[in-house]
Design a protein around this ligand. Structure first.
Ligand SMILES: N[C@@H](CCC(=O)N[C@@H](CS)C(=O)NCC(=O)O)C(=O)O
Length: 257
């Protein structure tokens, strides 16, 4: 059976988990924290030399990097709605996936810079604390994020989804960054200036398995006021992972009857 290594609090991990849940592909979720479990000599040697999550082990194929994993799963299982066969449509999905890494991914800096000071009870973190304890990001992060949101808003003004009129893995990957930061979840980015993004965020909530794949958002809540320190994050991850694993098991049983 497919194994997915990661924790629910990781954006690229959720992209893989959500895709499998929405497609009812059974998997084993192997809790792997990015700072410890993913840095053990065994994980580095046998799973991912970079020590990041997600990674998968699918019948001896070991793979890391969420976009490579998503494309592999789509191609293996023929999910050509999420990864279209049409050359032009596929090229547009691919265009977004490359853009994502140094653009949309920068939104995680907003989240990380609010979450970790709150978790560790640091009220006015200086630049060196932030460098040591949060996602590094790019020096001109703010500029990149606002340009990125303008571009995404423009794409969604032209089409219902990022790469055309149907949901693809481009949307799934983007949603993990944008959806998480919304005022009603982590509360660290306002999308008010971007009406097309706001419309799309609501549409994404209707995609199957949304709630179970994102249970961790409600369990952690507003990242500006996390109470309970690291224990709260660990418990939220464990509880969300349990829900994910139970749903996958339930779907596996349902799929076999
Ligand atoms: N480009 C990678 C990013 C993976 C990534 O940054 N994962 C984080 C968790 S959200 C991680 O493992 N960080 C640990 C590290 O960078 O050492 C992907 O899409 O899979």
């Amino acid at each position: 059976m497919l194994r997915i290594y990661g924790v629910p609090n990781s954006q690229p991990v959720r992209a893989v988990v959500w895709t499998c849940l929405m497609k009812k592909l059974p998997f084993e979720f192997v809790m792997t924290s990015q700072n410890r479990a993913a840095k053990t000599p065994q994980y580095l040697a046998e799973v991912n030399p970079r020590g990041t999550i997600p990674a998968i082990d699918d019948d001896t194929l070991v793979l890391w990097e969420s976009h490579a994993i998503l494309i592999y799963l789509c191609e293996k299982h023929g999910w050509n709605d999420l990864w279209p066969d049409d050359l032009y449509k596929r090229a547009q999905v691919n265009q977004y996936l490359h853009f994502h890494h140094r653009n949309t991914r920068e939104l995680v800096v907003h989240w990380s810079r609010r979450l970790w000071p709150s978790v560790f009870g640091v009220s006015n973190p200086d630049a060196s604390w932030l460098r040591r304890n949060t996602f590094a990001g790019m020096e001109n992060n703010q500029e990149i994020v606002s340009q990125c949101l303008t571009i995404i808003n423009g794409m969604l003004g032209e089409n219902a989804y990022l790469a055309g009129d149907g949901l693809t893995i481009a949307d799934i990957s983007a949603y993990e960054e944008l959806g998480q930061n919304q005022p009603k979840y982590a509360n660290c980015t306002s999308f008010e200036p971007y009406p097309h993004i706001e419309r799309w965020l609501l549409a994404m909530e209707q995609v199957p398995a949304h709630n179970v794949a994102h249970a961790v958002w409600r369990l952690i809540g507003d990242v500006n006021k996390v109470e309970g320190g690291m224990q709260k994050i660990a418990d939220a991850n464990k509880q969300a992972a349990r829900q994910i694993q139970e749903e996958s098991a339930r779907q596996g049983i349902a799929g076999r009857t």
